[in-house]
Design a binder for this molecule. Structure first.
Ligand SMILES: NC(=O)c1ccc[n+]([C@@H]2O[C@H](COP(=O)([O-])OP(=O)(O)OC[C@H]3O[C@@H](n4cnc5c(N)ncnc54)[C@H](OP(=O)(O)O)[C@@H]3O)[C@@H](O)[C@H]2O)c1
Length: 231
């Protein structure tokens, strides 16, 4: 089985790649800026990395032309910025929204002809598609709302191709950054979450594996958020 993961250099992307490897997949992944990290992960876990800006159609087209037929695409690349909308520059807005929306579209567009019947696409959304976590990320939250709606509608469209499309919506992830003592977003998250902690990247990787393995599930968004949304 073969999987392609965008943003394999991120905390979450790395966890997903490692889990796929453990489960017998040949894994192809991408980096955008962090070539050093990509080389480290590649050497340690035997993952093949390509440079990819998910907003650059010609590069997306080229990378997918180099790939073998795929069983799984994970659209994990995504960026966030925190700012009041009144202070947000158009460049900042466009940068976040383009990577999180256009990037998902382009990777799906060029992956679809490569995905084998019975294969799947899993998009990484966010609980921010459903709730405002820190009141400073309306542009990011809306971009993840796109991912949620796109997942449902693409699942409907690709039923005839026998390709399933699902999404995982993480709550706040445990990262070196969130482990710093003074993170106000972490405080807000942990206070409301039923399970009083952040989410381990490996727990999102588990959900990705579950969605890929269960062939009766399509068009679903699974919130993996320590119960934040119902807290
Ligand atoms: N962290 C959280 O608490 C959280 C919560 C909910 C959802 N999520 C979602 O989970 C996913 C991973 O999050 P993360 O926090 O682990 O990410 P991260 O550490 O912030 O890393 C961002 C990833 O996106 C890649 N990237 C940046 N610009 C790109 C571009 N133009 N084209 C292609 N790739 C690009 C980066 O590659 P380089 O490293 O090479 O630059 C990196 O792999 C994202 O979709 C994010 O929105 C995260």
């Amino acid at each position: 089985m073969k999987a392609f993961v965008t943003g394999g250099t991120s905390n979450l992307g790395q966890a997903i790649c490692i889990d796929l490897k453990k489960n017998g997949f040949e894994v192809f992944a991408t980096f955008a800026n962090n070539e050093v990290r990509a080389q480290e992960i590649s050497a340690k876990y035997g993952i093949t990395f390509y440079h990819l800006d998910v907003c650059d159609e010609s590069e997306v087209k080229k990378v997918f032309s180099l790939l073998p037929p795929l069983d799984l695409l994970v659209n994990n690349s995504g960026v966030c910025s925190s700012n009041k909308q009144v202070n947000l520059t158009l460049n900042e807005f466009n940068s976040v929204v383009k990577i999180n929306t256009t990037g998902v579209f382009l990777c799906c567009k060029y992956a679809i002809p490569k995905i084998v019947k019975g294969g799947s696409i899993i998009n990484i959304s966010s609980i921010n598609a459903s709730v405002s976590l820190c009141k400073r990320t309306a542009h990011f939250d809306a971009s993840k709302g796109f991912v949620t709606a796109y997942t449902r509608s693409l699942a409907a469209e690709l039923g005839e191709n026998r390709i399933r499309v699902n999404a995982v919506a993480p709550g706040l992830l445990k990262t070196p950054y969130t482990e710093e003592k003074e993170d106000p977003v972490k405080e807000v998250f942990v206070k409301r979450a039923i399970i009083k902690r952040t989410v381990e990247p490996e727990e999102i990787a588990d959900a990705v594996m579950f969605l890929n393995n269960n062939h009766a599930i399509t068009g679903q968004i699974i919130n993996v958020d320590c119960g934040y949304l119902v807290g």
